[in-house]
Design a protein around this ligand. Structure first.
Ligand code: ATP
Length: 328
C-alpha cells in the first residue's frame, strides 16, 4: 500500500537529522524496523504512534543511550551540507568530519556524552529528571558544568584564577538567568526544583536543555501531565525556540492537540515501522494513521488497508468506523 510521504518539505531540502534504515532489536523483539526519516532544520517535528510503537527507542538511538542494531543517524551542523558528505564520512570510519559550511556527525558511532557535548543534541525525558534538592538556578548551572570545567583547564588553579574561567562562569550565569526569564521561572530561581509545579518543572527541563546551546532538541512527551493552560504555554515556548533561536525540535507527544497545532512535520510509527510522514494536515487525514490510533482489530485493519490499496479512501474511513471525513 502506498504510504503518505511528502517530498517537498523542508525536511527533504535541508535536514538537520537524517535517520536511515534504523533497526533496533532486543533479543527476538524488533522494536524499530528499517526506519528512515528526516528532521528539517528549524522545524518542529513530531514522532507519534500508539503505545509501544518504538518512539522512545528512536530517541534512545538518536541520543546515544542505545547503540542501534543497524542504520545510520547523521546530524548536520551548518547549511548546504549534501548527502555526499554523509556518505564520505561513513567511509572513513570516523565519528565526525568538518566540511565546508559546517560539520557532519554520525551519531550511531558516538557516546551519549559526546552527542550532547560535541554534536549538540539535547534531550528531556518522559519522567522528569531534575536535581530536586538543588535550586532552579543551580539546575541550570549544572547543565553547563562541562563547559565550565573545560574553561578551567580542568585544574583547581584554573577554577580559582583563570580569567577565561571567570568569563565562562559569568556567561553561564547570564545564560541561566536568560533562560529563567524566557521560561517565566525567574521568580522561582532560588527555590528547590522539587517544589515547582509539574508544568514549571517541564519548562525548567527545557530551559536546562537549552543552556547547552543545542542544534537539535529532543523532547519526550513534554505536554504529559500538563493542564490546558500549561499546555498552551508550552506551545508558545516551543514556537519561540523554533522562531527566535532556530532550534530544530524533535518531540514525542501523545497530546494530538499539541502535535497538530505546532508541528511542521509529523512522522508516524506503528510496531516499529513508519506508516505515515508529512505535514500535520496530511498525516491527520491519513486513514492508516487513524486506523492505528483507533486500535481497530487486525481484521478491520486488513479491510481498511484493502480499501486503501484500491484507492478507496472514503471506503477505508467508513470501514475503520470513522464518522464522515477523516480529521474533520
Ligand atoms: N531496553 C529494552 N529492552 C527490551 N525491550 C525494550 C527495551 N526498550 C524498549 N523495548 C520494547 O520496544 C518496544 C518499543 O518501546 P518504546 O518504549 O520505544 O515505545 P514507545 O512508542 O515509546 O511507547 P510509549 O508511547 O508507551 O512510551 C516495546 O515493545 C518495548 O517493550
Amino acid at each position: 500500500m502506498a504510504m503518505t510521504t511528502e517530498t517537498t518539505g523542508r525536511w527533504m531540502r535541508d535536514p538537520v537529522l537524517t535517520v536511515e534504515h534504523l533497526t533496533m532489536r532486543f533479543g527476538g523483539l524488533v522494536a524499530i524496523n528499517d526506519l528512515s526519516f528526516e528532521v528539517g532544520r528549524g522545524d518542529i517535528t513530531a514522532l507519534i504512534g500508539p503505545n509501544g510503537a518504538g518512539k522512545t527507542t528512536v530517541f534512545n538511538c538518536v541520543t546515544g543511550f542505545y547503540k542501534p542494531t543497524e542504520g545510520r543517524i547523521a546530524l548536520r551542523r551548518g547549511t548546504g551540507i549534501g548527502q555526499d558528505e554523509v556518505v564520505a564520512l561513513t567511509r572513513t570510519g570516523a565519528q565526525s568530519r568538518k566540511v565546508s559550511g559546517g560539520e557532519v556527525f554520525l551519531l550511531e558511532r558516538m557516546s551519549d556524552f559526546r552527542i550532547t557535548e560535541v554534536a549538540g543534541v539535547a534531550r528531556t525525558f518522559q519522567n522528569i529528571r531534575l536535581f530536586g534538592g538543588m535550586t532552579v538556578f543551580e539546575n541550570l548551572l549544572v547543565a553547563q558544568h562541562n563547559k565550565l570545567m573545560a574553561a578551567s583547564g580542568f585544574t583547581v588553579g584554573g577554577l580559582l584564577g583563570l580569567p577565561g574561567y571567570r568569563r565562562a562562569k559569568e556567561a553561564a550565569q547570564d545564560r541561566a538567568v536568560d533562560w529563567l526569564k524566557r521560561t517565566a521561572l525567574l521568580h522561582r530561581a532560588d527555590d528547590p526544583a522539587a517544589d515547582l509545579s509539574y508544568g514549571d518543572q517541564r519548562r525548567l527541563e527545557i530551559a536546562r536543555a537549552m543552556c547547552t546551546d543545542p542544534v537539535l532538541l529532543c523532547l519526550d512527551e513534554p505536554a504529559a501531565g500538563l493542564n490546558p493552560r500549561e499546555s498552551a504555554e508550552l506551545n508558545t515556548l516551543l514556537r519561540s525556540l523554533r522562531d527566535d533561536f532556530g532550534v530544530s525540535i524533535l518531540l514525542i507527544e501523545h497530546d494530538m492537540g499539541v502535535v497538530m497545532e505546532i508541528s511542521d512535520h509529523v512522522v508516524v510509527l506503528d510496531y516499529g515501522t513508519k506508516i505515515s510522514d508529512g505535514t500535520a494536515h496530511a498525516v491527520r487525514n491519513d486513514p492508516r494513521v487513524i486506523a492505528a490510533y483507533l486500535g481497530v482489530d487486525d481484521e478491520e485493519v486488513e479491510a481498511v488497508e484493502a480499501k486503501l490499496d484500491q484507492g478507496d479512501i472514503d471506503g477505508a474511513v467508513a470501514t475503520a468506523g470513522l464518522p464522515g471525513g477523516a480529521g474533520a
